[in-house]
Design a protein around this ligand. Structure first.
Ligand SMILES: [Zn+2]
Length: 68
């Protein structure tokens, strides 16, 4: 189980990226919304979708959920 967070600001394609807290490409803390602990990135993405309609997994830490 890992702790996840999502970028508050959308990326250049309009997606809010989901990261694990150990990712090297985490946004700065003021641009991070905590998503809590999840078993998989897909669960974390579902949680993030409660806040943002366009959500994508980080290419580096959530590759299974990186679609865009
Ligand atoms: Zn990441």
């Amino acid at each position: 189980m890992a702790k996840y967070c999502v970028n508050k600001n959308a990326d250049e394609n309009g997606y809010h990226e989901v990261h694990t807290e150990s990712c090297s490409y985490l946004p700065i803390s003021s641009n991070r919304q905590d998503l809590g602990y999840h078993n998989s990135c897909s669960e974390a993405v579902q949680k993030a979708k409660l806040y943002y309609s366009s959500v994508d997994g980080c290419y580096y830490c959530c590759q299974a959920c990186h679609k865009h």
